[in-house]
Design a protein around this ligand. Structure first.
Ligand SMILES: NC(=O)c1ccc[n+]([C@@H]2O[C@H](COP(=O)([O-])OP(=O)(O)OC[C@H]3O[C@@H](n4cnc5c(N)ncnc54)[C@H](OP(=O)(O)O)[C@@H]3O)[C@@H](O)[C@H]2O)c1
Length: 250
């Protein structure tokens, strides 16, 4: 099967491409560097030729509210138009758990991306993942004032990029669901505890506190605002195993 992975050079994209190639598929790792740009439209028509499945793993270069919304809307429109013209049989996209019940600028942009997919008429599956373990440092840094990392009082269930890629590849090889599949890490715990365990393990001395008034990317969250409410597929790699693998790879 010919599969195009948009954002095939990114964190999840590169892992997904490797899994699919190992599975014997013909895979194009598409990105602006390889001449496929979903914002300008460059290379989209050409890359669709003979393609059965398109996986959208692109991400915005800027996370500023307006820029990220514009990125996912423009990228989604251009990509889905090219797919419709080529009669693509399955569009797979990676989204985020809880984007429709938790408010921040990035989540609003992902909601806009999902709406374009549903309205496109192209058979689709949306994979909604929780936050990546690879993102923990970024979360700690963005929530820190001096030596204190202040986090909202909520539950957290991060997933390793390897588990995300395995699930995306699996979904791409199955029939379109015209719906959502949720995936999450194997451990659910208070946000502050997970970040504190992570910082301690990497030798970061910053103190972590749980604060009901703290915001998540500028938005208010409640106990279950970032975790799946229903059944989710669980990854295999918890925080300790992920830390072990990260240290071994360094
Ligand atoms: N971070 C999280 O916790 C989380 C959780 C759930 C879901 N997600 C979603 O996961 C997806 C993948 O994230 P990631 O962390 O793997 O992203 P990433 O590492 O930042 O990679 C982004 C990819 O998008 C490509 N790209 C950027 N602009 C493009 C354009 N105009 N046309 C085509 N490709 C373009 C990049 O290509 P270049 O390398 O050439 O720039 C790169 O391959 C995103 O949609 C994100 O919303 C993230």
């Amino acid at each position: 099967m010919k599969i195009v992975v948009i954002g095939g050079t990114g964190l999840i994209g590169s892992k997904t491409v490797a899994i699919l190639r190992q599975g014997g598929h013909e895979v194009v790792a598409a990105s602006p560097q390889s001449g496929v740009n979903t914002i300008t439209g460059e290379g989209l028509k050409e890359v669709m030729a003979g393609t059965q499945v398109v996986i959208d793993l692109a991400n915005s270069p800027s996370f500023e509210d307006k820029a990220v919304l514009e990125f996912f809307q423009t990228s989604g429109r251009n990509l889905l138009a090219a797919e419709a013209a080529a009669s693509i049989g399955h569009h797979v996209a990676l989204s985020i758990v809880a984007i429709d019940r938790t408010d921040n600028g990035y989540f609003r942009a992902k909601v806009a991306q999902e709406k374009l997919i549903v309205a496109s008429g192209i058979p689709y599956t949306i994979v909604r993942a929780t936050q990546f373990l690879e993102f923990l440092r970024g979360i700690a840094d963005s929530s820190a004032v001096g030596n204190v990392v202040r986090l909202p009082t909520c539950l957290f269930q991060p997933i390793a990029a390897d588990d995300v890629a395995a699930n995306v590849a699996d979904v791409a090889g199955a029939a379109p669901r015209n719906g959502i599949v949720e995936i999450a890490g194997p451990e659910r715990a208070p946000f502050n505890q997970i970040i504190a365990r992570y910082l301690k393990a990497v030798g970061d001395p910053r103190q972590v506190v749980s604060d009901p008034e703290a915001l998540y990317w500028g938005g208010r969250v409640e106990e279950r605002s970032l975790v799946p409410l229903g059944d989710a597929r669980l990854g295999r790699i918890g925080l300790d195993e992920w830390l072990r693998r990260s240290k071994a790879a360094a």
